[in-house]
Design a binder for this molecule. Structure first.
Ligand SMILES: NC(=O)c1ccc[n+]([C@@H]2O[C@H](COP(=O)([O-])OP(=O)(O)OC[C@H]3O[C@@H](n4cnc5c(N)ncnc54)[C@H](OP(=O)(O)O)[C@@H]3O)[C@@H](O)[C@H]2O)c1
Length: 291
């Protein structure tokens, strides 16, 4: 049976990868205490011992604001950690499937970002993720870099969970309405990674490189929040929806600057897989059912 090693198995995407693993693949998943990707020796030992057919890296330092004052740790995981996995993969000559972010872009565009568009992160998190992409690309290992955005799911901390909590506590809240992006469920990211992995397993090759993937269509955090409350009331997760006021980014200062435009063009991946992406509204409904 084809064996797959998944890192960061307790994260939002990691958990979905384990849950949605296709039949016929043997998946070994490790959380951060079982396999710390910043530890080169441990990574090498584990990869060589397990001898998987490929690695899926769902581990990352994802605390965007905290990263501004914690660059050493952010780079240790998001750059050096990825490099460690790439070095271990080289020993066995196996591919690495890696996840990256819309935060590699500065958000000044007004058209959906293509894989070939110039990158220019505005904060430590985005810069550390970009450094990870480059480490993987320069390692010589076969790789997929799946850039995604605005991840939500039933597990872990995310915008949906925060909105549901605030919706219970408050009658009114302000949500940023001048940042545009595509919410993406952790489950849909896991599914697309497994689709890619199965294509590789079946065909023995893949068109390696960077791909953009998110659910559709584009919205704002305000639009996303309104839909969360609408659906939550419909299915009885909340008794009533709070009033959601549209605010500006400047009204809600954060340590890390967020891109105003995070929309990515996913057509290259759709063409590769011959499938259309799900809407985030549908994915949200599935997540709310699970909560
Ligand atoms: N969340 C988003 O909105 C978003 C948007 C775009 C792209 N992404 C990308 O999507 C991927 C998955 O993100 P996610 O939302 O699933 O993040 P997450 O829920 O924060 O999961 C990341 C996991 O990585 C683990 N981890 C951290 N340091 C590690 C280390 N040194 N060794 C091994 N594991 C370590 C964490 O474990 P501990 O909790 O124990 O530290 C956590 O379980 C990441 O590459 C992220 O950059 C996320």
């Amino acid at each position: 049976m084809v064996k797959v090693l998944v890192t960061g198995a307790a994260g939002q995407v990691g958990r979905e990868l384990i849950k949605l693993a296709p039949a016929g693949l043997e998946v070994v998943g490790y959380n951060s205490s079982e396999l710390d990707i910043t530890n080169a020796q441990q990574v090498q030992q584990m990869v060589v011992e397990q001898a998987p057919a490929f690695i899926i890296n769902a581990a990352a330092y994802t605390a965007v604001d905290k990263a501004e004052g914690d660059a050493i740790c952010a780079y240790a995981v998001n750059e050096a950690g990825v490099q460690n996995l790439a070095q271990a993969a080289l020993i066995l000559n196996i591919p690495v499937f890696h996840i990256s972010t819309d935060y590699v872009f500065d958000g000044t565009s007004t058209a959906p970002y293509k894989e070939t568009d110039p990158v220019s992160p505005t904060g430590v998190y985005g810069a550390s993720k970009l450094a990870g992409e480059q480490a993987l690309a320069n390692s010589g290992v076969k790789h997929i870099i799946l850039r995604t955005s605005w991840v939500f799911g039933a597990e872990g901390n995310n915008f949906v969970k925060t909105m549901l909590r605030l919706g219970k506590e408050r009658d009114t809240l302000g949500v940023v309405a001048d940042q545009y992006g595509c919410p993406t469920s952790a489950a849909s990211i896991a599914k697309v990674l497994w689709q890619l992995a199965q294509k590789y397993t079946a065909e023995g090759e893949l068109l390696w490189g960077i791909y953009h993937f998110s659910n559709s269509p584009a919205t704002t955090w305000h639009g996303f929040a309104c839909e969360i409350f609408k659906q939550a009331v419909e299915i009885g997760v909340l008794d009533r929806a709070p009033v959601v006021n549209a605010i500006k980014t400047s009204d809600y200062p954060t340590p890390a600057k967020r891109p105003a435009w995070s929309v990515m063009d996913g057509s290259a991946l759709e063409n590769l897989l011959g499938s259309n992406v799900a809407s985030w509204q549908q994915e949200l409904s599935a997540v709310l059912e699970r909560l």
